[in-house]
Write a protein that binds this ligand. Structure first.
Ligand code: NAP
Length: 460
């Protein structure tokens, strides 16, 4: 039986199931998208940009429907689901407005002749996506590749199959040609065959190290270009001169947005001694004020995790942390409900030998570290296998920028928590993956930078 099921983590109701495709259906899907790629090569980027604008408008029209489905499939609070649709509208509009210009040829001054490079499509891209932002993760890959002219085959996470189907429906409704985005529900074995198919030219994965390592290995074996957007253990560095108002405002949801299930959530609070007690108190105020309940209720701020398995995995990590000597500074009271609720926790005394020291905790657990000075804060921030995002909180901006430059991550936000927008590149270093999505960098991920040089003069 296929594992693609929509299960509401608040009620545990299984409300839809989907079958794996047959090998013939997979072949037909790849064929359709590959044929479209050949056709798109001769079509204008401006026309596709117009369709992306239609997609932005279509998402606007279907915002409530999409938000409700995401909340039912993976449990995020309804207000955040609506924000997610808004972010996707922004991304579609960014590429609709800027894509064609960014794809114009780039001149290359050369003494050898008139040189430039074209930015051309390369072929069908396979997108393997996670459940934590069911729409956003897909749009991050689809929007830039669509304007480039690379059709996308989507393999979404097994627990958001309904969202995957709705995205493809809306892309079609916006006027994109059949095959621009095809959704499949393959098994892992089928996925490996798709990656190996010569008509697939690129593989984009967002997910865990486990999924990333497996899919990247298949891509590497078949010499397919890949981008990997993986997990994070982001440091949130509080400097001595942090403004208390800024600090309180940023801490409001730095760890609890999407119930802590954000790759760039501020998972490690690294605080200089002068602000340590203040940060613990602010976090406790916030964690204890959360309201557990139905994620479809706009008054809820503490929803269930995305699944019962996720809850069990996080509980195991918490148990291991406590056995390893971590201390609970605060834990949310018992939640008497059958949903996948996890009680938010603030941990202190996590030492380097603690089993979770270098693990990603994908849920509402804040680990708070006290450090004596900034040098120790930077060293601790960099003492991680991950390198996705980070935050620096400090009033002297120039100085905060100097600290930011010393952190080994792909992104740093000063006086704010994680952020995303169409024009800003997203991605990390170390085990957080490679490549970038969004912005001009993301647009170029699966582009052929095709050099053309005219040397006629030299050979006459
Ligand atoms: P995941 O288990 O790695 O799944 C991601 C995708 O890969 C899913 O479609 C999954 O399919 C597929 N997959 C997993 N293992 C596979 C395998 N062995 N072979 C083939 N496909 C496989 O990750 P997740 O738990 O859904 O997502 C949470 C993780 O994503 C966290 O670590 C988070 O930090 C990270 N994330 C990173 C970013 C970023 O931009 N860097 C953004 C969001 C999330 P199935 O569902 O069918 O297993």
């Amino acid at each position: 039986m296929s594992k693609y099921q929509s299960i509401n983590p608040y009620t545990n109701e299984v409300f839809a199931s989907y079958e794996n495709p047959s090998d013939q259906q997979i072949d037909e899907a790849i064929n359709l998208s590959h044929t479209l790629y050949k056709k798109m090569r001769h079509e204008s980027t401006t026309d596709r940009a117009k369709i992306l604008q239609n997609l932005a408008d279509t998402l606007r029209d279907h915002k409530d429907e999409f938000a409700e489905l995401m909340t039912k499939e993976m449990g995020k609070v309804i207000g955040e689901s609506k924000e997610e649709v808004d972010v996707c509208i922004n991304i579609c509009e960014y590429y609709a407005n800027n894509g064609p210009k960014l794809l114009e040829p780039t001149p290359l001054p050369s003494p050898l002749g008139n040189a430039y490079y074209l930015k051309q499509a390369t072929g069908v891209v396979l997108a393997c996506e996670p459940w934590n932002f069911p729409l956003y993760q897909v749009i991050r890959v689809f929007a830039p590749n669509f304007v480039v002219g690379n059709p996308v085959i989507l393999k979404h996470a097994h627990n958001v199959p309904g969202s995957a189907a709705l995205i493809t429906k809306l892309v079609k409704k916006a006027g994109a040609s059949e095959g621009s985005l095809i959704n499949l529900y393959p098994s892992y074995d089928q996925l490996a065959k798709i990656i190996a198919d010569p008509r697939i030219q690129g593989v984009a994965l967002t997910g865990s190290e486990r999924g990333g390592a497996s899919v990247a290995a298949e891509a590497g074996k078949n010499l397919k270009k890949s981008t990997m957007e993986l997990g994070g253990n982001d440091a949130f560095i509080v400097l001595d001169d942090a403004d208390p108002t800024v600090l309180r405002n940023v801490l409001f949801d730095a760890r609890t947005y999407n119930d802590g299930q954000v790759c760039t959530s501020s998972k490690r609070m690294i605080v200089t001694s002068s602000c340590y007690e203040e940060v613990l108190k602010m976090l406790k105020d916030r964690f204890s004020s959360l309201k557990a309940g139905d994620p479809l209720d706009p008054g809820t701020s503490l929803p269930p995790l995305n699944s019962e398995q996720a809850k069990q995995k996080l509980q195991k990590q918490l148990d291991a942390a406590l056995e390893g000597g971590a201390e609970i500074y605060y834990q949310y009271p018992e939640i008497n409900h059958e949903g996948a609720f996890f009680r938010p926790v603030i941990l202190t005394n996590v030492t380097k030998d603690n089993p979770i020291f270098d693990q990603e905790l994908f849920g509402p657990i804040a680990v708070v570290y006290e450090v004596k000075d900034e040098a120790e804060a930077i060293a601790l921030a960099n003492d991680s296998s991950y390198g996705l995002g980070s935050s620096v909180i400090g009033a002297d901006i120039k100085h905060a920028e100097e600290v930011a430059a010393q952190i080994e991550t792909g992104m740093t936000v000063i006086n704010g928590r994680w952020i995303t927008s169409g024009e800003l590149p997203f991605g990390g270093v170390k085990k957080s993956g490679y490549g970038r999505e969004l912005s001009q960098l993301g647009l170029m991920a699966f582009v052929n930078e095709h050099l053309v040089i005219d040397v006629t003069k030299n050979n006459q």
